[in-house]
Design a protein around this ligand. Structure first.
Ligand SMILES: NC(=O)c1ccc[n+]([C@@H]2O[C@H](COP(=O)([O-])OP(=O)(O)OC[C@H]3O[C@@H](n4cnc5c(N)ncnc54)[C@H](OP(=O)(O)O)[C@@H]3O)[C@@H](O)[C@H]2O)c1
Length: 244
């Protein structure tokens, strides 16, 4: 299938590793000119070199970093046709372990960051009459995970945002969808201290996912082939989420 995004420009945040990197790799393979943003310069530069992307060093957990990333994106690739909003996951916590500062940090990291990205790039997409936005969230938005309180709460809110924005921009050739990873083998997943063999057995597919499986879904949603799909939260989880 020709995804027909050759020559489109794309920004993938959190793009030096894991799911962001896999999404960027899939977009580059389809001919898009891609910028990737992350904090650690060495990892980012290496990743950018491998897939031939533009590296943008930025800490997306604070507003100054987000605004710097937006400026740098405009300088290097212009306002992107495609935006993949992704960053690191918030710290694990039960509700009893959450704190007001923790909620503020997690909200900045996931929610306010998403809003800043939309503020910057949605209007130019509408003016152009073409745009694709994918927000990488989590299956936790629909099936809360014990010990991931910040993620459970904030991702569900982001889905509300995605649905609402989709309605407003659907008539302008712009789509926006959320993609919900299940358990996919990345540094984030190995760092959570889970028993991954047990986890794999709990998934109907009986295995963890590979980042490229999610990257391919993201590239499809960002393509010319996905014009009529918007406002959705689509799981890539080997059958984990059921009954929704
Ligand atoms: N893997 C899964 O199965 C899974 C499941 C559910 C949800 N998710 C969610 O999906 C997202 C991506 O997960 P992943 O597994 O790909 O994680 P990962 O392997 O840890 O990669 C995270 C990427 O984001 C960058 N990043 C992290 N914090 C950042 C910040 N403050 N500013 C800029 N860049 C930042 C990292 O680079 P630097 O550290 O160098 O900045 C890296 O490029 C996370 O929000 C995670 O919670 C993942």
């Amino acid at each position: 299938m020709n995804l027909d995004i050759n020559g489109r420009t794309a920004l993938v945040t959190g793009g030096s590793k894991g799911l962001g990197y896999a999404s960027a790799e899939a977009l580059v393979r389809e001919g898009a000119k891609v910028a990737i943003a992350a904090r650690t310069e060495e990892t980012l530069t290496k990743a950018a070199k491998i897939i031939d992307a533009v590296p943008i060093v930025a800490n997306l957990s604070d507003r100054t970093g987000v605004l710097a990333c937006i400026d740098k994106t405009r300088e290097t690739i212009g306002n992107p046709d495609i935006l993949v909003i992704n960053t690191g996951g918030p710290a694990p916590a039960t509700f009893a372990q959450t704190t007001p500062d923790g909620w503020r940090e997690a909200t900045d990291q996931l929610f306010h960051f998403t809003i800043e990205m939309l503020n910057a790039f949605l209007e130019p997409m509408k003016e152009k009459g073409w745009g694709r936005i994918v927000v990488i969230t989590s299956f936790a938005a629909q099936e809360p995970v014990a010990n991931l309180l910040y993620s459970n709460a904030l991702r569900a809110g982001i889905h509300g945002l995605v649905n609402s924005v989709a309605t407003e921009v659907a008539g302008h050739g712009v789509t926006i969808n959320a993609v919900m990873p299940g358990f996919i083998m990345t540094d984030r997943m190995t760092g959570l201290g889970l028993d991954l063999d047990n986890v794999a057995q709990s998934i109907p597919a009986k295995r963890m996912g590979q980042p490229s499986e999610l990257g391919d879904l993201v590239a499809f949603l960002c393509s010319e082939r996905a014009t009529y799909i918007t406002g959705q939260a689509i799981a890539c989880d080997g059958g984990l989420l059921q009954g929704i």
